[in-house]
Design a protein around this ligand. Structure first.
Ligand SMILES: [Zn+2]
Length: 413
């Protein structure tokens, strides 16, 4: 990745041991990236992909095999001579412990060095604020790291995706309104507890990158990932890379004011997009509908457990003809379409992936309304593809895992 300037500590020694430090040179990074991107792949193809001489490839491959990072996985098709030996990442080279703090729960995922999910854990937020979030975060981290599976491999470090502003030097969360966090020393907390390096990135950037490589954005080089969840924000991929902005603050659209007389936002301003279209605001509206008996259809669907009310119930009621629930989803789609039109017009990007808990739970009703609303907001000449996320929740974990693999091993995706 270009523009990555977060810092992490040194990699803890593990099976691949001390040789890692020596491996961090440019050719190794290029070669690893080619192997991760094209595995299983032959030495000849690696030479062609990287531009490195066959003799260098042979030497570097031997070095990487000795370090345990890669392995031979069988033979490929012969093009006349001997069958070529195929090379692939060794998934057992090390694990990344990832945490995603966005939405309504903390999700954890242990990924192997080939970036495959091997173990997961999660904890719905029960409380917010520094002490409460710290306690819940450490509980999920311990659940992953204390698991017998994890003990069999070296853990290279933590990757954490965060719904808020990050201090790149200290690894602290400067501000995450929905979690009621300010100056939260995230990296320090994890390092004190586990002694492992910690890499932190904004949640929407991680999700955007994962969608580009594994999800709905594989066919394009430029895209916007729009998160519609507890918070609202976006991540930008340009030329296949994350665009973070000068201060790592691109995409924080949740706090633009769309209604000057609107409700108070957690950030202290009035009428922010997030205060109107974020998940808590929608859930409040839905709860009011039940409380005041304004939508018998919704009440029927939720019955017998009103406490279990979710946005999926609202979507189901809308589909069954509830005008008031349809209106709620149309309103949401309108607000999000407006935000998308701002971003896509300014950046001239025409591929938008929409993900997050709200988008997921409102489902096709929401996406139909979103397409209709976009027709009102987009410039006449600007065709914009809007597609649902391909990975849903795993996007955050898979994306932060990619970034952490880059940070720890120099692998670019
Ligand atoms: Zn706000």
């Amino acid at each position: 990745m270009n523009q990555i300037n977060h810092t992490a500590g040194t990699t803890r020694g593990g099976r691949q041991g001390q040789s890692l430090e020596g491996l961090r040179n440019q050719n190794i990074g290029v070669l690893l990236s080619a192997i991760w991107g094209h595995a299983p792949v032959s030495r000849a193809d690696l030479s062609r992909l990287t531009g490195l001489a066959p003799s260098s490839i042979t030497r570097l491959i031997r070095e990487l095999e000795e370090s345990g990072l890669i392995q031979e996985t069988g033979k490929g098709e012969s093009s006349g001579g001997r069958q070529p030996v195929l090379i692939a990442p060794n998934p057992n080279a090390g694990l990344i412990a990832n945490l995603d703090m966005s939405g309504s729960k903390i999700s954890g995922g242990i990924f192997d060095a080939a970036n495959q999910l091997r173990l997961s854990a999660e904890h719905p937020y029960t409380e917010f604020g520094g002490e409460a979030v710290k306690r819940q975060l450490l509980a999920v981290a311990h659940e992953m790291l204390d698991d017998p599976f994890t003990h069999d491999y070296p853990v290279l470090g933590f990757g954490i995706s965060v719904p808020g502003e990050i201090d790149m030097d200290t690894g602290a969360i400067v501000e995450a309104y929905n979690l009621r966090l300010r100056d939260f020393p995230l990296r320090q907390i994890l390092m004190d507890e586990f002694g492992l390096p910690v890499y932190i990135e904004v949640d929407t950037y991680a999700a955007a990158l994962a969608e580009k490589h594994y999800g709905a954005g594989q066919s394009v080089d430029d895209l916007i990932y729009m998160l519609v969840s507890t918070g609202i924000g976006f991540g930008i991929i340009m030329n296949g890379k994350i665009y973070q902005g000068k201060a790592g603050m691109s995409g924080f659209i949740g706090h633009i004011i769309i209604d000057r007389n609107g409700p108070m936002c957690l950030c202290g301003k009035r009428g922010c997009l997030e205060a109107i279209a974020g998940r808590p605001a929608l859930m409040n509206s839905a709860r009011r509908l039940l409380k005041y008996g304004r939508d018998p259809l919704l009440a029927d669907i939720v019955d017998p457990d009103p406490a279990a009310l979710s946005l999926e119930h609202v979507a189901a009621a809308a589909e069954m003809g509830s005008a008031i629930c349809q209106e709620m989803i149309l309103g949401e789609a309108d607000d999000i379409a407006y935000a998308i039109s701002l971003v896509t017009t300014i950046l001239d990007i025409n591929f938008v992936i929409v993900g997050g808990e709200v988008a997921q739970q409102f489902g096709s009703v929401f996406f139909d309304a979103l397409h209709a609303a976009m027709d009102r907001y987009r410039r006449a000449q600007h065709t914009i593809d809007i597609v649902p996320a391909g990975l849903e929740r795993e996007a955050f974990l898979k994306g932060i895992s990619m970034l952490t693999l880059h940070e720890m091993l120099g692998i670019s995706f």
